[in-house]
Design a protein. Structure first.
Length: 257
């Protein structure tokens, strides 16, 4: 009886209260196999590592030694595939996803409407000649496109269930791009007309993206892509005009000499 507290302190982590509970079970459960197995499981869980002889289990000794010498720096660890997959998508990836979500008629008609803009500088670059008629037609088509973009805000604000109200901000701002486009037609110089159309396209894009955030995301992405293509096409025409006219002027001077 006096040795029991000493044995409990050396070999068991269980408190003294648990030993009082399990002691009678050890004496009175000789015929009950389940109580013996549960008591053995409790004793096995509570035994300290000193009760196990190292010679009986050499693998545990080697595992302890390996754990003692195993070190790894945090910054040398490779990133798991989950870390790379949880990165948020970039702006370009989100924009392409939104563009794919756009209705097919709106996407195809918008892309088809960009063909007159792109075909004019492409034709001049292939043939190596500046055509004032094609440049003028491009400026006029750009003015018509700007007027169409300005009128869309009226169509968006007039329905009763529309999130945009038909107030002065929405209706008056939609008339400014057509005024720029109308003025661009009357310029005799193609350069001034193209610059005026580019300014009108920028104003219309600012209205649609910033001042009216209730447009769908796919429509905003489509507007940004369309405005970039139209602006670059007009600037390419002006650049070709400057280069090709300079080349024509130099060739004429050589012929006169």
């Amino acid at each position: 009886i006096n040795m029991f507290p000493l044995i409990r302190r050396c070999c068991f982590h269980t408190p003294f209260k648990l030993q009082k509970v399990t002691g009678p079970r050890l004496l009175t459960s000789g015929k009950n196999k389940t109580s013996w197995s549960s008591l053995g499981l409790q004793l096995q869980r509570g035994m300290c590592p000193l009760s196990r002889y190292p010679s009986h289990n050499p693998a545990s000794v080697y595992a302890i030694k390996l754990q003692a010498f195993h070190t790894s720096l945090p910054f040398l660890k490779k990133k798991t595939p989950k870390d790379s997959e949880t990165k948020p998508p970039g702006i370009l990836q989100r924009s392409m996803t939104s563009l794919k979500d756009s209705p097919k008629p709106a996407l195809y008609l918008s892309l088809a409407g960009l063909i007159p803009f792109v075909s004019v500088p492409l034709t001049m670059a292939i043939q190596g000649t500046f055509y004032p008629e094609l440049a003028s037609a491009q400026v006029i088509y750009g003015a018509v496109t700007v007027s169409f973009l300005g009128g869309m805000r009226w169509g968006f604000a007039l329905p009763e269930n529309s999130p945009a109200k038909p107030d002065w901000m929405n209706l008056a701002n939609s008339t400014i791009p057509p005024l720029f486009a109308w003025q661009a037609i009357f310029f005799k110089d193609i350069t001034n007309g193209a610059v005026m159309v580019v300014m009108a396209l920028g104003i219309a894009l600012h209205y649609d993206v910033s001042l009216l955030p209730t447009y769908p995301r796919w429509f905003k992405v489509l507007r940004v892509v369309g405005t970039l293509v139209m602006t670059l096409s007009l600037l390419a025409t002006l650049l070709l005009k400057m280069i090709l006219e300079e080349q024509l002027k130099n060739s004429r001077n050589k012929l006169q000499i």
